[in-house]
Design a protein around this ligand. Sequence first.
Ligand code: ATP
Length: 209
Amino acid sequence: MALAILGGTFDPIHRGHVACAQELQERLGFSRLDLVPCHLPAHRDSPDSSAAHRLAMVRLAIEGLDGLGVDDRELRRDGPSYTVDTLAELRAELGEKPSLTFVMGGDAFNSLQHWERWQSLFEFANVLVMERAGIASKPAAEVLAYTEPRRMDAMQITTLPSGGFARIALQPWPQSATEVRRRLQADESLDDWLPEAVLNYIREHRLYL
Ligand code: ATP
């Protein structure tokens, strides 16, 4: 049993998210890879969507795709939740043995040192960083000092309950949610950047205008 978690705002979910999740599944063979939409602060500068809309779009995007799921636990809590708390909760549910891997993009990894109790992520899970197209890898020195000694092959972490670190280069995908929102607001072409069901949902509910 090897479970993987991909956390994100998914505001909205786009083809980059789905394609990366599918490629990870194909290459590493997780028993399941769950997308975990996070709570967002009520007021942000950009036009954003309610938790219910973000969750509905994630469900639509992965519908019928083998091995992918959605875990809405962070949205069911009142306030924001830290990834480390989510992983601790999952670990308590899974027990000690199953492999649990938290997946993040290279942009997120570049600021890992600012995450709450980031070292403790490794107590409950492995961490897998997927390179992100167009984003240079420049993790903080303190993060490198912590992760490099734990580094192993991506395949290896699927056999380890927690504590492992790996990087993986996937097929590059240019999508970003920020750029999706900008294009929608500017009424520019989305070039197939969203799964069709997600685009239909956005139009139907008049999101990101
Ligand atoms: P934004 O562009 O607004 O920052 P986003 O596209 O990164 O949003 P998130 O929901 O924050 O969307 O992404 C969830 C996770 O997926 C993050 O760890 C992010 O780094 C990763 N990710 C998103 N898009 C890509 C992509 N095109 N290639 C690789 N990783 C990605």
